[in-house]
Design a protein around this ligand. Structure first.
Ligand SMILES: *Cc1c(COP(=O)(O)O)cnc(C)c1O
Length: 405
């Protein structure tokens, strides 16, 4: 076979999503990637035993250090995100915790977006301070707030855009400029799970790291947990040694194989997700029982200009508000036929879940004053967080209409 594995393929996003990181098997000619479940690999010569002996040219030794199937996915994701390198992990939270604990030390300061995925929000508010890391949560949708929070010991700025659950956006380029002007060594990190590389490529906008829950759009089918951190070769090598090999939350090759299959259809799925999401968002906006819809693809989104500038695809995450949300949620859980009333997002099945503001404030975000007001401006007393799947938009609208009454 002439093609070497891991040879970068030049071409458009759809070609890259299918081919990058993959190559026909040189022995069997198999067109689909191999699923290599071996935990250990036979050496052809005596070699060192510590992860410190590894470099980019080391072969495979043990699957916690590196696995051929996982490496193929890492290559594919690197190409899609325009990154030099990628480290996959067991889940999105393993990516987040590996990156935060791998980069931050006692005495360091982290600035985090005040609204983000609940697991990440709780990790930075509860665990990091226990490790002696100082944390300031700011409304990063106003870049000046990040500027005001910068300190001499600030080492990282953690953003999420669009942010869970309210779909509020952050101008990555503006924040990266502010942070790097203060100190070029500050790492700007973006959780880009809602956006996917089809919509936004944060590294091109000045971010130093991007991470994903592969469980969501990139895997796309609700059947495999996974995570990934992407960045420079040097940064990812350091992270692989500590967060990967020593913390140990590595991705199963089986999940890598499933997620790689999901990747091939990511660009066309995102188009279909966006198309159906726009149809549902417009339907909800015109519905008499609906008070407010927030979707980056609607002209009514408070940051529509930023959405147009920063997102090549408006995605399929939207929220809406109604009177008596909790009661309606209960009806939805019992009566929806097409939607699944369930957490998670980015699957081919549409998912919906009620997110009460008071609950979220008590458990995850704990915002007050101006920050709480800004959250309420997007969420009121609570929102339905909707992840539009790949069904026909007309059926999704009918399902919601029946339950909304
Ligand atoms: C789901 C999610 C995570 C966590 O990912 P898991 O794969 O569930 O561990 C992190 N960030 C965002 C934005 C998510 O949606």
């Amino acid at each position: 076979m002439s093609k070497r594995p891991n040879e970068p393929i030049l071409g458009g996003m759809r070609t890259q999503a299918v081919h990058a990181g993959e190559a026909p098997d040189p022995i069997t000619g198999a067109s689909a990637p191999n699923l290599v479940m071996s935990t250990t690999f036979v050496s052809e010569e005596a070699s060192g035993f510590s992860a410190h002996d590894l470099d980019d040219n080391s072969g495979f030794l043990y699957s916690r250090w590196g696995n051929p199937t996982v490496a193929q996915l890492e290559r594919k994701l690197s190409v899609l995100e325009n990154a030099e390198a990628c480290l996959c992990s067991a889940s999105g939270m393993a990516a987040a915790s590996g990156l935060l604990l791998g980069r931050l030390s006692q005495g360091d300061h982290l600035i985090t977006s005040d609204t983000n995925y609940a697991g990440v929000a709780e990790l930075v508010r509860d665990t990091l301070p226990r490790m002696g890391i100082e944390v300031t949560a700011v409304d990063a949708s106003t870049p000046e707030k990040v500027a005001q929070a910068l300190q001499n010991n600030t080492r990282m700025v953690l953003l999420e855009t669009p942010a869970n659950p309210i779909v509020r956006l952050t101008d990555i380029e503006a924040v990266a400029q502010i942070a790097h002007a203060h100190n070029a060594d500050i790492k700007v990190v973006v959780d880009s799970t809602f956006a996917t590389p089809i919509a936004t490529q944060p590294l091109k906008l000045g971010a130093d790291f991007v991470f994903h829950s592969l469980t969501k759009y990139i895997g796309g089918h609700g059947d495999a947990l996974g995570g990934a951190v992407l960045g420079s070769r040097e940064d990812i090598s350091a992270l692989r040694l500590e967060a990967g090999i020593h913390f140990g939350g590595v991705l199963s090759p089986f999940n890598a194989w499933l997620i790689m299959r999901g990747c091939g259809t990511l660009p066309i799925r995102m188009r279909a997700h966006e198309e159906a999401a726009l149809e549902v968002a417009r339907f909800l906006e015109g519905h008499p029982k609906v008070k407010r819809v927030i979707y980056p693809g609607l002209d009514s989104h408070p940051q529509r200009d930023l959405a147009k500038r920063q997102m090549a695809n408006a995605g399929a995450m939207l929220t809406f508000q109604v009177e008596n949300g909790l009661e309606v949620a209960d009806r939805m859980a019992k009566e929806l036929q097409v939607f699944h009333y369930a957490v998670s997002l980015g699957h081919h099945r549409s998912l919906i879940f009620w997110m009460g503001t008071e609950d979220l404030m008590n458990t995850s975000f704990r915002l007050e004053g101006e920050q709480l007001e800004s959250y309420r401006e997007y969420a009121g007393d609570g929102v339905f967080r909707v992840s539009i799947g790949l069904e026909d938009g007309v059926d999704l609208c009918a399902d919601l209409d029946r339950v909304l009454g």
